[in-house]
Each structure stands twice: as structure tokens, then as C-alpha cells.
Design a protein around this ligand. Sequence first.
Ligand code: NI
Length: 152
Amino acid sequence: MAEQLRYLSTFEVFATSWRGNESEAVREIEVRMIEKVNIAEKFAKLSEYWKPYIAAELNGQHVKLDKLKGEFVFHHHENEDELFLVVKGRFRMEFRDREEWIEEGEFIVVPRGVEHRPVADEECWIMLFEPASTLNTGNVRNERTVAQLERV
Ligand code: NI
């Protein structure tokens, strides 16, 4: 098995399972290619605003892509810090006591528990990095809530 795993080193083992009875169990390894991601190509597939897609995952974290336009809702996340990186355009992160413009090539980390609301006057592309458990609207549930994320 160690030999095989070495041979598969350019693949990512993402699921293993066993089938058969105890005396002749067979380990099935599901693998997929380790592929680079072209961010612009992924964004070209996104047609809706405020609908985050999962572009990758690692260590229990999701890398999400989202297009913003307009105002989101004030919310906070009880247990998750969120990273917002602007890939294209700019948006304004509003807090209860101030606001911060996040320009293309910049990112901001919003710590857990801090109320925030992204606002984009023009279309803005962002990449999010946060635990897989993170709900986009945090403690709020409304029409913007996307509970089941699709992959892109
Ligand atoms: Ni948030």
C-alpha cells in the first residue's frame, strides 16, 4: 500500500473506504488530479451575485469565489474568522462603527463575532477563505442565505 501511495503522489487521495468482509477487505482509494486553478476562468462561470461557490478545500477550510453587487446584510459569525480577498473591482466592508474600502489586490480578515456587511457599488469579484462550516449570512437567515454551496 505504501508503494502504491508513493506512485500516486501527484494525485490527491481524498477518500478511502473498505469493502468486503474482514478476512478479505479491499481498500478503495479515490483519487483526483492535483490541478491548478485559473481564477478568471472560474469567475467566468459565475452568473449570480451573492452566491458563493467552492473552488477548493484544504484543512477543513473552503476557498470560495463570489461576485458582489449591491448591499449584503449585517451579520456576524459566532465561530469563524473570514478572509475576503478582492480579485477584481473593489468593495466596502461596513462595520457598526466604521467602514473600510477593500481594493483590488487587497484583503481583510473579519474576526469571529464582529458584525460586518459587504457593499459593492460596482461588480466586485472576491475570494473567501474560511472554515467549511461558515454560513454566508452568519447568524442571519434571509433570502441571501445559501446553505448548500455548489462547486465551480
Ligand atoms: Ni460574513
